[in-house]
Design a protein around this ligand. Structure first.
Ligand code: NAI
Ligand code: MG
Length: 361
């Protein structure tokens, strides 16, 4: 028996509820297979919460997440709320959760699955063997700095402040070195130290911490060059650590390698035990309600939950293996289907993954 665990579940907007159904289905299978007792507690956040209770992140949701062992989140947002004032925007829920739960590290693994070599827009020989992880700083930088807008005689002026404290850099850099030690011992720190002061501080912190990890090969790369190298020679990367906005952009770019953004999970970790797990993609309003969303990123996020919040590598790998096996057997949703290949629905894909877990030795 692996015991009782409380999981806060926030399906969110757009395709969120559709893919969340499949992740919960898969976790139910894990529960049986590995002897857990999961208590799923559903909560609202994002656009749906704005519509129903008038705020993107209700107090009730926040306290539920704080008391849970882990949080699973679909996606929030959509065109319906695009013109809302800043305080009433769905993304406010995400930023609020990250800040309130102290989740400063966002891990975004990018791996190429067997049978998917020809689905990317990049050539198979370029992406062969890709297995990298982007570690994105999540609670500092320009997304959280002071925002201002002033009207002047010459027109409006707008500013966003990019600010980093040394301690914020140090904790994410340390986590990245620890991660590199468990992997290929190769760390690429990405910044824009040729122009940004915050990047120069970032670089000096990396160099200081590096002295404690002599086994790790460290390199510094400017973000513009990194954007190019990620599509030129992605297999050369192991751990990439970078600040908030650079990490956001680089990980979406890296998604191209896997063939679909619907494949990429993420984990957000912090000081406490409670991590937050969500796909890197958004609410995909263009395909919502059509039963064609790829639930892989959501299911693989549940695998990361098992790994990082429940410290259960065996169960995490069982889920990852199941997703791989289903894809290798030729079943995929339309975003990944080769031309002429018959695609499965979101629900069918989830069923197949659950079946694989049940069947596994
Ligand atoms: P998006 O990631 O939702 O969609 C980009 C493209 O990828 C779309 O064509 C979509 O159909 C496709 N796609 C995404 N996930 C997919 C999946 N699982 N299966 C198949 N295809 C998939 O990004 P977009 O369109 O820029 O944003 C849509 C909304 O989502 C916006 O309101 C945005 O603010 C929000 N958003 C929310 C995030 C979150 O909750 N963490 C992150 C990014 C965006
Ligand atoms: Mg993004």
């Amino acid at each position: 028996m692996r015991g009782v665990k409380k999981i806060a579940v926030i399906p969110g907007d757009g395709i969120g509820p559709e893919i969340m159904n499949e992740a919960v289905k898969v976790l139910r299978q894990v529960e049986q297979k590995f002897g857990y007792s999961f208590e799923f507690q559903f909560a609202m956040a994002g656009g749906g919460a704005i519509d129903q209770v008038g705020v993107p992140l209700p107090e009730e949701t926040l306290s539920l997440c704080k008391s849970a062992d882990a949080v699973l989140l679909g996606a929030v947002g959509g065109p319906k709320w695009d013109h809302n004032p800043p305080e009433l925007r769905p993304e406010k829920a995400l930023l609020g959760l990250r800040k309130e739960l102290g989740l400063y590290a966002n891990l975004r693994p990018v791996t190429l699955f067997d049978g998917m070599e020809d689905r990317s827009t990049l050539r198979p020989e370029v992406i062969a063997g890709v297995d990298l992880i982007v570690v994105r700083e999540l609670t500092g930088g320009i997304y959280f700095g002071e925002k201002k807008r002033t009207k002047t005689e010459e027109g409006e002026i707008a500013s966003d402040l990019l600010i980093y404290h040394e301690y914020e850099i140090e904790r994410i850099v340390r986590l990245s070195f620890e991660m590199a030690m468990k992997r290929k011992k190769k760390l690429t720190s990405v910044d824009k130290a040729n122009v940004l002061e915050s990047s120069r501080l970032w670089r000096s912190v990396v160099e200081r911490v590096a002295e404690e990890y002599p086994e790790v090969t460290v390199s510094h790369m400017l973000v513009d060059n990194c954007a190019m190298q990620i599509v030129r020679r992605p297999a050369d990367f192991d751990v990439i650590v970078t600040e908030n906005m650079f990490g956001d952009i680089l990980s979406d770019e890296a998604a191209v390698i896997t063939g679909s953004i619907g494949m990429l999970p993420s984990a957000s970790l912090g000081q406490g035990n409670s991590g937050l797990y969500e796909p890197i993609h958004g609410s995909a309003p263009d395909i919502a309600g059509q039963k064609i969303a790829n639930p892989s990123a959501m299911i693989l996020s549940a695998a990361m939950l098992l790994r990082y919040s429940f410290d259960d590598e065996e169960a995490a790998q069982a889920v990852e293996k199941a997703v791989k096996a289903v894809i290798k057997a030729g079943h995929c949703t339309p975003d990944l289907a080769a031309s002429g290949q018959k695609a499965v629905s979101t629900e069918e894909f989830g069923d197949l993954v659950a079946e694989q877990i049940e069947k596994a030795e």
